[in-house]
Design a protein around this ligand. Structure first.
Ligand code: NZQ
Ligand code: ZN
Length: 386
């Protein structure tokens, strides 16, 4: 096992009816900016619940943060934070609203000229404006981690940021919200969380038995409850296990003591930046080909995955490893998530080179757990995904 340090200060408030505790988690004298997305919270009753819970507070609202949170939109919220002298941010939404709020938490206290530098350089955030979350869509784990991904449409960029100052103070997770989520977003949530685990697990053996079993248990749980949630979003047992699996997949715990990959996300983000493809679907497109391309380096963990997660006990290491990749693809098909780029855009010709050049220009020339995946390799992986 590798050395590590681990601190996660986010308080999770999990379960039915937990919105009631919201007022107790925010300082009584706070001036709150309530941040939300395109309006789903106004259709499913979450907006009313939040407003009722905050009735004793001074609240300013900012709605309209789009999926793949857009920098220019967030700058408008930043102006409000400054002009209204906001002291606390409350994100009510999925990963996009929470990530947008993390950017604002950082930008509100940023002393430099141009807040884009937080993403471009990037600059780590050690102290941000305090914020909490009401999670409406299980998927990203953003509700219990300190990372964010922000999009800039004018330059077609999608860049990450983070730092120990960007953990939410609290996150309210009520699995009953799942009843209102469109099927496509449920499918996305399962695939995103699944890939978060794979990025921290399909690497090389590091003698971290407990970490491996944490990872495997999350994968097994997603395989078990994912299809049930899609079939019946009112199945509370399935919904609650799905929600907690998504949080556990990316709250930092399972990455401790093990090598991590994250090449699939790095490449996938480019597909979202270029084509607007849903984040999770870009991972389905790139993941299996990334594992195929890096088969030799990853075959031991792929075989372990096939054996322990999919129950494949026969065959050589190579045969099991291949079965692991094939099972992953079948799972995506079962979830109605295509792993072929050409199913999302007709405009894919040459995109492998474009992505390789973009990564090269940014200096992202050594991806993966072995830091040996070059832009040339990325080009081949993307080509395999057409
Ligand atoms: O905007 P509204 O109207 O709220 O609608 C949203 C949005 O259209 C809708 N939705 C959310 N909760 C709902 C709901 N609709 C009905 N009922 C509900 N209860 O779902 C749509 C997608 O929302 P979004 O927040 O974009 O989805 P998700 O949670 O999948 O977040 C994706 C974003 O997170 C980033 C992605 O890159 C992407 O920008 N990621 C963040 C990570 C992190 N911070 O750790 C890690 C991830 O790997 C990922 O990169
Ligand atoms: Zn993801």
């Amino acid at each position: 096992m590798l050395n590590f340090d681990f601190k996660n200060p986010t308080k999770i408030i999990f379960g039915k009816g937990q919105m009631a505790v919201l007022p107790k988690e925010i300082p009584a004298d706070a001036k709150i900016l309530l941040l939300y997305g395109g309006g789903s919270i106004k259709k499913n009753g979450i907006y009313e619940q939040v407003k009722e819970a905050l009735s004793d507070f001074e609240v300013v609202e900012f709605g309209g943060i789009p999926a793949n949170p857009e920098y220019q939109v967030l700058l408008k919220a930043l102006e409000i934070i400054k002009s209204e002298k906001i002291t606390f941010l409350l994100a009510v939404g999925g990963g996009s609203v929470i990530d947008g709020t993390k950017f604002l938490s950082s930008a509100a206290l940023y002393e430099g000229e141009d807040p884009w530098e937080i993403l471009k350089k990037p600059i780590r955030t050690f102290v941000g404006m305090p914020f909490g979350c009401v999670l409406t869509l299980p998927a990203t784990g953003s509700e219990m981690n300190s990372g964010a991904v922000i999009t800039r449409a004018d330059s077609k960029e999608k860049l990450g940021m983070g730092g120990p100052g960007l953990f939410p103070q609290f996150s309210i997770l009520d699995p009953e919200v799942i009843q209102s989520i469109p099927v496509r977003q449920l499918e996305n949530g399962i695939v995103d969380a699944f890939n978060h685990v794979l990025e921290q697990y399909i690497t090389f053996p590091a003698g971290a038995s407990l970490q491996d079993r944490f990872a495997e248990s999350i994968l097994q749980t997603l395989i078990e409850v994912g299809p049930k949630v899609i079939e019946n979003p009112s199945d509370y047992a399935a919904a609650s296990n799905f929600m907690w699996s998504c949080t556990m997949a990316l709250n930092g715990l399972i990455q401790k003591g093990v090598p991590t990959d994250w090449a699939v996300h790095a490449i996938g983000h480019e597909l979202t930046a270029l084509f607007g493809i849903d984040h999770a679907r870009t991972l389905a497109i790139i993941g299996p080909n990334h594992y195929q391309y890096n088969f030799e380096a990853k075959k031991e963990k792929l075989a372990q995955y096939a054996e322990r997660v999919w129950g494949i006990s026969n065959g050589s290491v190579e045969e099991k490893a291949q079965a692991g990749i094939d099972k992953t693809k079948s799972f995506y098909t079962q979830l109605n998530v295509s792993y072929k780029l050409s199913d999302y855009t007709a405009d894919y010709n040459g995109v492998a080179t474009t992505i390789a050049n973009r990564l090269d220009a940014r200096g992202w020339v050594k991806l993966g757990e072995n830091k040996n995946i070059t832009p040339k390799d990325v080009e081949k992986i993307v080509e395999m995904s057409y």
